[in-house]
Ligand binder design. Structure first.
Ligand code: UDX
Length: 458
């Protein structure tokens, strides 16, 4: 059992802290936000993440997990401090490291024991070296302190599961002492460990995330071409997926990737390359494709409807993906302002994201358009003139073609996540447009010429 402190209680820090306690370590989670600490002590998770709250309550009650704003006490005599604070994107695409620097300085001024400092946050290559130097510069007591890199690969919505069953643990250490300590902290997880140097560990995180972002953008690029030549991207993905070298995951075309990682990490790596005089063409292309993708269906619908003024628009899903209440870089954030600007009356359904969305968009700009949050899909669809699917929540996937047909004033659906069957929608009499697949033939002669629906097998 190790005594551990975790700095920052966002997705990365909190999930790390809770799972360390779960496997037997003694953990103190540190955050500067007093209100948040109070909420966590009362057994409530500040983020929506399946299974997290239960583990928080269990380990807090068992005395293995605590939350505090008092970093001095928390850091003083621990074996390891994990840094999981944010590294938000700056205007030029680079990562803002000021939160990391603040924590590093606090650590240097506080620790009275030999301590391993572990950077979990995603940071540009070379940051671990700087953090170590920074801590050495400000160190008050005569103790051994080293920095190791340990990037986090959890996905939101399955964070606890991903951490307890991670595909691999990456350890970036520069000494045997640091490597051994981090390895034994992770020993109870019984997971494969890849031990490399710090810079390689930092790069593994970016290279992995950007590769996945690239995979999605590639499929989106192919999807857009599929539409022009009358192919179906879902069939294409299925055919590709049987090749083990390609794999079956992250081949879903749609309205682009969002979230706190892919958009930020692609820009950060591209920026890092540029600073080093290198043109990282592949990652640049992934960013570029994603830019156009998010408003693709809005643009199509705009052409079809000419104006959204006075129309009832059903929006199904607000978050960047299902299973989370996170809105960062979500397609809804780009599309809804465009719809409101045109005077649309939006009825939005999201099982957990509405509250957060309301904070960003309390009303339409300049009093144009309205937005009403509803508690089920039926209320959103009732009498709607058009529907946009932005997030593939289970509740949304379950909507039958008949429901669209019966509830909507005009059954016209733009599906950004390709969740419905084109043929079923066609049969039910719904005009249906998705990404990289044929539209239903109800969509009018012009489109059905390119998308020969009859020739597509399902
Ligand atoms: C991602 C990585 O998966 C994770 O390993 C890393 O630690 C953080 O970034 P996350 O952002 O939580 O996790 O979500 P993820 O499930 O990867 O999805 C990201 C975005 O890509 C979402 O907007 C999702 O809708 C989109 N996506 C994903 C697609 O458009 N198509 C796909 O096939 C997969």
């Amino acid at each position: 059992m190790y005594k551990i402190a975790v700095a920052g209680t966002g997705y990365v820090g909190l999930v790390a802290g809770v799972t360390f306690a779960e496997v037997g370590h003694q953990v103190a989670c540190v955050d500067i936000d007093e209100e948040k600490v109070k909420v966590m002590k009362s057994g409530v998770s500040p983020i929506y993440e399946e299974g997290l709250e239960k583990l928080m309550q269990k380990n807090y009650a068992a005395g293995k997990l605590d939350y505090t704003t008092d970093y001095k006490t928390a850091y003083k005599d621990v074996d390891a401090i994990f840094i999981g604070v944010g590294t938000p994107e700056q205007a030029d695409g680079s990562a803002n490291l000021s939160y990391i620097a603040t924590v590093a300085r606090q650590i240097a001024e506080t620790i009275e024991n030999d301590c391993l400092v572990v950077v979990k946050s995603t940071v540009p290559i070379g940051t671990n070296d700087k953090v170590e130097q920074f801590i050495q510069d400000f160190l008050v007591h005569d103790v051994r302190v080293e920095v190791a890199s340990n990037p986090e690969f959890l996905a939101q919505g399955s964070a606890v599961h991903d951490t307890l069953h991670a595909a691999r643990i990456i350890i970036g250490a520069e000494s045997k002492w640091a490597e051994d300590r981090l390895m034994s902290i992770y020993e109870p997880f019984k997971l494969p460990i890849v031990s490399v140097n710090r810079r390689s560990a930092e790069m593994i995180k970016y290279a992995s995330n950007d590769f996945l972002a690239l995979k999605i953008s590639y499929m989106n690029d192919i999807a857009n071409l599929c539409e022009l030549v009358g192919a179906d991207v879902q069939d294409v993905a299925k055919g590709m997926s049987f090749d083990e070298r390609i794999g079956s995951k992250f081949l879903n075309a749609g309205i682009g990737f969002g979230g706190s990682c892919f958009p930020k990490d692609t820009k950060a790596l591209e920026n890092l390359a540029r600073q080093n005089g290198y043109d990282l063409k592949t990652v640049k292309a992934a960013i570029d494709v994603n830019k156009g993708q998010k408003t693709l269906l809005y643009k199509k619908a705009s052409k079809r409807l000419i104006t959204f003024s006075g129309l009832k628009v059903a929006v199904l899903g607000l978050t960047f993906k299902p299973g989370t209440d996170d809105l960062r870089e979500a397609a809804s954030l780009e599309n809804i302002p465009l719809l409101l600007e045109q005077g649309a009356d939006i009825y939005a359904f999201d099982p957990v994201g509405a509250k957060n969305f309301e904070k960003v968009h309390p009303e339409g700009p300049n009093g144009k358009g309205t937005i009403t949050y509803v508690s089920n899909v039926e209320q959103a669809l009732q009498d709607a003139n058009v529907c946009f699917v932005f997030t593939e929540w289970e509740e949304v996937k379950k909507v039958t073609p008949k429901k669209y047909k019966n509830l909507m004033r005009t059954p016209l659906v733009y599906d950004g996540r390709n969740i419905h069957d084109v043929l079923e929608m066609e049969k039910a009499g719904v005009e249906y447009h998705s990404v990289g697949r044929p539209s239903t033939s109800l969509a009018g002669k012009k489109e059905s010429k390119n998308h020969d629906f009859q020739n597509t097998r399902y």
